[in-house]
Design a protein around this ligand. Structure first.
Ligand SMILES: [Zn+2]
Length: 469
């Protein structure tokens, strides 16, 4: 569509033009200029089209990705803001090309109800550079509370994380999580293996966990499967969008990845960048700082996870951005808490790994995989795809201008997270975010030899889409 046609369609002018770049579309890469009006993509134009825009971003020689979605962050608000706060966490996000996050509920207090979500939004509003949504947890003592999300007029979250705190999900699913709990149909449900067995295990050495953690995850997947089936939602005539479970099988061997068919369910799973980057060999240098749940494992496990990313088994790659104070991470096992910051490094760690693993792929192919697992995949899974996840006219103008050839290394001075440290310090990266644009606003700009520039904290709470009635 030409500018004249767009104007004829009622678009009076453009707020922003992103010109000269190669745009990563779902159907492939294409040289296009992008016109933005009122926070949305107004048009994809042939390169060099004369457009008048208030601001222009020159992406010549660079790639333009859709704004990325990190569906697994712990921004620790409220109650744990000594580890992370929303302002710093969202700065780290946009510095890494993330424009939307879905925040985990294991805060103090946790998020179990719509009222909790409203209260959390009141704390966050005005501090966020990124758009956001909340995962809800299932209160093991009152699992029926989750049903409140199914009845509200304006749904607050369409995803949940049973057993967030303080009990593991298996307790809920096996004994308490009955159909009367009122789980909203077709709401994505996330389950996570829990550190309960691993924390008490004598097998811990320098942050490594025993195999029980994998089995815990598999039990959680099967538990969720039994719950779905008991309600008749599996294969129910509600349409093609069957209930799905987003299982965060973040580490593990073939047994974990194959839990999906074993459960007989449309289970999806997430892989984290940490598990794609580090192996047990790295614990000799990083020690308990590398302690994660599930734990970092061996090369064979990592190879299997890369295979899942490349062959499409993994629906999303998340950061599991879970910062802790560095002094706590330096405690001996088992006192060092599991979790690492990572929202800032997510894109570049994935890109660096893909380039190293698959030098046979073109840059367009590599960025196609990136856009799939960091944008369109999570957008569809969490039903954000009416606004996010792709570059297309009418969708939110969430864009990342990316230089795939930039070589750099992470350092403490570049860390935006409030925790002030990164397990990636000293690690060489290929590919760097130059600009991050969220709903047409320039929220991050990399500047050589100068501190990065950040935009306005005008990120919004994204309402869920009603699908269960
Ligand atoms: Zn997590």
């Amino acid at each position: 569509m030409t500018e004249a046609e767009l104007r004829g369609a009622g678009v009076a002018g453009y707020d922003l033009a992103v010109v000269g770049g190669t745009v990563i579309l779902e159907q492939g890469a294409q040289r296009l200029d992008i016109a933005v009006a009122d926070g949305r993509i107004a048009g994809l134009l042939p390169p060099g089209t004369a457009v008048s825009a208030t601001r222009t971003v020159d992406a010549t020689g660079l790639y333009v990705l859709p704004g990325l979605i990190d569906s697994h962050v712990h921004f620790r608000t409220p109650g744990l803001t000594g580890k992370e706060n929303w302002a710093a966490g969202s700065r780290a996000a946009v510095a890494g090309g993330i424009t939307t996050v879905i925040d985990m509920p294991n805060t103090r207090p946790p998020l179990f109800t719509p009222q909790d979500a409203h209260e959390r939004n009141a704390l966050i509003h005005g501090q966020s550079l990124v758009d956001y949504r909340f995962h809800a947890g299932v209160d093991p003592e009152r699992p029926e509370l989750i049903g409140k999300f199914g009845r509200v007029r304006r749904p607050l979250s369409r995803s949940s994380w049973p057993g967030t705190t303080p009990r593991p999900m298996s307790c809920v699913s096996r004994r308490r999580w009955r159909p009367s709990s009122g789980w909203p149909p077709r709401t994505p449900c996330s389950c996570s293996s829990t550190p309960r067995t691993t924390r008490s295990s004598p097998c811990w050495t320098a942050g490594r966990a025993p195999r029980e953690a994998t089995r815990t995850t598999n039990r959680a997947v099967r538990g969720a499967g039994r719950s779905w089936r008991s309600r008749g939602w599996w294969n129910s005539p509600v349409g093609t969008a069957r209930p799905c479970t987003s299982c965060m099988c973040r580490a593990g061997r073939r047994s974990t990845c194959s839990a999906r068919p074993a459960a007989g369910l449309p289970v999806t799973f997430e892989v984290t960048a940490h598990h794609l980057t580090f192996t047990a060999a790295d614990t000799s240098a990083l020690g308990t700082r590398l302690r994660l749940s599930p734990a970092i494992r061996d090369q064979a496990d990592q190879d299997r996870l890369w295979q899942a990313v490349l062959n499409g088994e993994a629906t999303t790659v998340g950061s599991d951005h879970a910062p802790h104070e560095q002094e706590l991470k330096l405690l001996p096992v088992p006192d060092a808490p599991p979790g690492l910051p990572g929202v800032q490094e997510l894109l570049t760690a994935l890109h660096t790994g893909l380039r190293a693993r698959r030098p046979d792929l073109t840059e367009e192919q590599v960025l196609g995989v990136v856009a799939q697992v960091l944008a369109s995949g999570p957008a569809r899974l969490f039903r954000l795809d009416d606004r996010k996840g792709r570059i297309a006219p009418g969708l939110d103008a969430d864009l990342v201008v990316f230089d795939p050839h930039a070589n750099w290394s992470m350092s403490a001075g570049l860390v935006q997270s409030h925790c002030g440290w990164s397990a990636y310090e000293g690690r060489a990266f290929t590919g760097r975010v130059e600009w991050t644009i969220r709903r047409g606003e320039r929220v991050y700009r990399h500047r050589p030899q100068a501190p990065a520039q950040f935009g306005r904290a005008t990120g919004e709470w994204l309402p869920g889409r009603r699908t269960d009635d």
